[in-house]
Design a protein around this ligand. Structure first.
Ligand code: 13P
Ligand code: SF4
Length: 330
């Protein structure tokens, strides 16, 4: 029986939740009872961020997953993030509120095709962005995130040939910042490729003092307009430390929650997308809800599993990233 059938049979997905139940209090109670920790990405809905023990970007979340003493990790994020936590803490139970919370970027790099691609460059080292499957990580030499990709590339000798995947936009930005000639896999994130240069230009005309903050998963035409480019943590810190009062934010909308909470006097405007949909939500991240988080903690499923032979190969490039980051104080 696969995991979806099991959920259906056991009825967890449709389990009735008494609407008068205080989910915040219940989650808090279950967390203590089960010695569980809730790790949430900045792209999660506000309620989930508010109940989490730790909110962060991909690097921060993997650092937390590696050091937690909890027996259960509830990963409020997407599948590759929960997999990374499982790889780093294989003896812990790792739960994902919605097992279908995937990632378009991870999907854009099927491991069997990447393996063939890699074979064309036998003298290259493989750096993969953490937004990829566990199987892809197992084919890599070093993993990176958006907050350490530049430093990871710079930590290697200048003449080291490098394949970078799966995000072509992050890869092109890292190549530009480091002056290295990277071989790029042609993958991308559906959320970060949606921003419109024309609409941002018009928005900027109406808000001339607004600083444009962009995630490096955005296309180069957007990054060229940006006053600051960085990971979600970087974007949040930049806005908090800046004396400016207005910001146009070119990344997933979930980050606005902490930006607004930490900076109640400042104005954050989502960068407009190139379609009629007014939101910059990641449909994968937003599959998780407070209700699903409660049920998954209560029922201790769905659980994310990674085969032992994949863990064996995937843990090395992740640990290498964590070691380099620790050395650099990231
Ligand atoms: P960071 O949290 O590392 O900035 O990554 C953003 C992202 O797209 C995660 O899916
Ligand atoms: Fe994947 Fe993009 Fe969603 Fe991040 S925002 S989880 S990269 S689809």
């Amino acid at each position: 029986m696969d995991i979806f059938e099991e959920i259906k049979v056991k009825g967890f997905a449709d389990e009735y939740i008494d609407p008068s139940l205080d989910l915040f209090a219940e989650i808090d109670r279950l967390k203590k009872e089960k010695n569980a920790v809730i790790l949430a990405h900045y792209y999660q809905e506000g309620d989930i961020q508010d109940i989490a023990d730790y909110i962060g970007d991909s690097l921060g979340l993997s650092q937390q997953a590696a050091k937690t003493n909890a027996d259960i990790i509830v990963f409020a994020g997407v599948h590759f993030m929960a997999e990374t936590a499982k790889i780093l803490s294989p003896n812990k139970k790792v739960l994902l509120p919605d097992l279908k919370a995937g990632c378009s970027l991870a999907d854009s790099c099927p491991p069997h095709l990447f393996k063939k691609f890699k074979e064309q460059y036998p003298d290259h080292l493989v750096i993969t962005y953490v937004n990829c499957t566990a199987e892809l990580k197992a084919l890599s030499d070093i993993v990176c995130t958006s907050s350490n990709a530049v430093q990871i590339v710079e930590s290697l000798p200048k003449d080291q040939k490098i394949i970078f995947g799966p995000d072509r936009n992050l890869g092109a930005w890292v190549a530009k910042k480091t002056g290295r000639d990277l071989v790029l896999w042609n993958g991308a994130c559906m959320v970060h490729e949606i921003f419109s240069r024309e609409k941002i230009t018009r928005l900027k005309e109406r808000h001339p003092n607004a600083k444009i903050l962009a995630h490096p998963e955005c296309e180069e035409v957007i990054l060229q307009m940006a006053d600051y480019i960085g990971s979600t943590t970087g974007i949040l810190k930049y806005a908090t430390n800046s004396s400016e009062m207005e910001f146009i934010v070119a990344t997933e909308s979930g980050i606005m929650h902490q930006m607004e909470k930490d900076n109640p006097d400042k104005t954050f405007i989502p960068a407009p997308p190139n379609n009629q949909c007014a939101c910059n939500d990641c449909p994968h991240m937003k599959r998780n809800t407070l209700e699903k988080l409660y049920l998954c903690l209560k029922n201790e499923m769905p659980e994310v599993e990674v085969p032992a032979h994949i863990i064996k190969d995937a843990v090395k490039p992740i640990e290498r990233m964590l070691e380099i980051s620790a050395k650099l104080g990231l």
